[in-house]
Design a protein around this ligand. Structure first.
Ligand code: AMP
Ligand code: ZN
Length: 115
């Protein structure tokens, strides 16, 4: 827990979030500025700043985050149509909140641009 981290504060409940899933390791909540009908952020409870700060033993964690995203895509009814999973890393990668997170985006036809 890093007290000045927005997502840590949502994880602990200090700041409200529209939480759609949580377990001992992972929390998922709706993005406050959704870019599509489904836009959910999936993150570890533990504060990890970005992919760059992942340790060697965090590989399984990102796998569980992806499986969590798949389950949420099914619950949201977008799994068959398709969806996008995005992890921004660092300033030029478009990361604004420095707590590792996976974006699950779906529910409309996304454009083909990768940035
Ligand atoms: P990124 O640019 O990958 O760091 O993504 C950060 C995301 O967090 C953006 O899509 C924001 O809309 C979202 N966001 C910022 N503040 C909040 C909040 N309080 N609750 C939910 N989502 C947020
Ligand atoms: Zn954090």
């Amino acid at each position: 827990m890093t007290t000045d981290c927005l997502f840590c504060r949502i994880v602990t409940g200090e700041i409200p979030g529209d939480i759609v899933y949580q377990d001992a390791e992972i929390v998922a909540f709706r993005d406050i500025h959704p870019v599509a009908p489904t836009h959910i952020l999936i993150l570890p409870r533990e504060h990890i700043g970005s992919v760059q700060e992942m340790g060697e033993c965090d590989g399984a964690l990102i796998g569980r985050m992806v499986l969590c995203a798949r389950q949420l895509a099914e619950q949201e009814g977008v799994a068959e149509r398709g969806y996008r999973l995005v992890v921004n890393c660092g300033p030029e990668g478009g990361q604004v909140v420095p707590h590792l997170h996976l974006h699950l985006i779906g529910g409309r036809k996304l454009d083909d641009s990768m940035g």
